[in-house]
Design a protein around this ligand. Sequence first.
Ligand SMILES: NC(=O)c1ccc[n+]([C@@H]2O[C@H](COP(=O)([O-])OP(=O)(O)OC[C@H]3O[C@@H](n4cnc5c(N)ncnc54)[C@H](O)[C@@H]3O)[C@@H](O)[C@H]2O)c1
Length: 298
Amino acid sequence: MAEASGAIEIAGSVAVVTGGASGIGKGIVGALLDQGANVVIADIEESVLAATVVELSTRGDVVGVRTDVSDFDSVDALADEVYDRHGACHLLFNNAGVTSGGGGKPWEQESNDWRWCFGVNVFGVGHGVSAFVPRMIEGGHPGQIVNTSSGDGGFAPVPRASVYASSKAAISCFTEALHHTLVEEGTDLRASVFYPSGGLMPTGLFTAARNRPEELARVRGGTGRSSMSFEQLKEKIEQTGRDVRVVDLDELGRFVVDCVSRRQYIIARDIDDTVELLHRRADAIGRMDVPPHHQLGF
Ligand SMILES: NC(=O)c1ccc[n+]([C@@H]2O[C@H](COP(=O)([O-])OP(=O)(O)OC[C@H]3O[C@@H](n4cnc5c(N)ncnc54)[C@H](O)[C@@H]3O)[C@@H](O)[C@H]2O)c1
């Protein structure tokens, strides 16, 4: 089994960030550019992608490729384009993600909620790995594959976000399997699993339905909690008298890139409460009991 190189050189590397046109991914793209990486943003939202590329191009070499991660051919074409342009990919961020749009009770989720959410969140990550990792292995350079999970599902479910939580549990599990296999195969590639954390994130996830394909629309209507914008959600929490800590997405991006350069497996901030929850979950499982779940508290 080969030892991985100690650190990843960000300057001069080639990085692909799916879902990098906005939100958390955009913060990662900015941080990569500031450290001298050449970045390819792969996103489905064409106008936002174009605007982001223009905005961030003052900070370095960045291009956008319109990609639907739920479609393998689209991701494979992205990989072709990246290799034609740069001849390599060192850092792959499988970050694009959506909610299920179903919200509410697990038994009220429709087939299309499952299809859309798993298509982007689970198949999207699988497609990224299938299209890029064989080429990254072949290239022989040190590299890192970073899959975005969520504390919701990756650590414990929020029961009323059952489909989304299940998709993120899949990502945490898949990333671990990927990491072990990359090590066993003697590659200098490693995987990381990223849990966005540290407060409420001002991103477009709450309005993810803007990118939902018509053919996967809900049949019974309604979009659940995901129809609430970030501002509406923030206001709702503040009405309960609690302070809302809003995450600075540029700072989060810098944190992620620093962790990636150190090849850290778990990328997360402020997870003391989660660690305590995980201990209680392990104890409950040891007693053959139902593990405690995440509490959103609003
Ligand atoms: N915001 C949070 O609170 C939070 C918490 C934990 C995990 N996450 C995860 O972080 C990641 C980024 O989400 P965000 O919060 O920045 O939301 P966001 O909506 O701001 O960003 C998601 C990006 O993915 C793109 N996208 C959607 N469907 C796509 C598809 N089929 N193909 C390619 N691109 C697609 C969108 O256009 C958007 O640019 C997601 O995986 C999400 O599940 C977010």
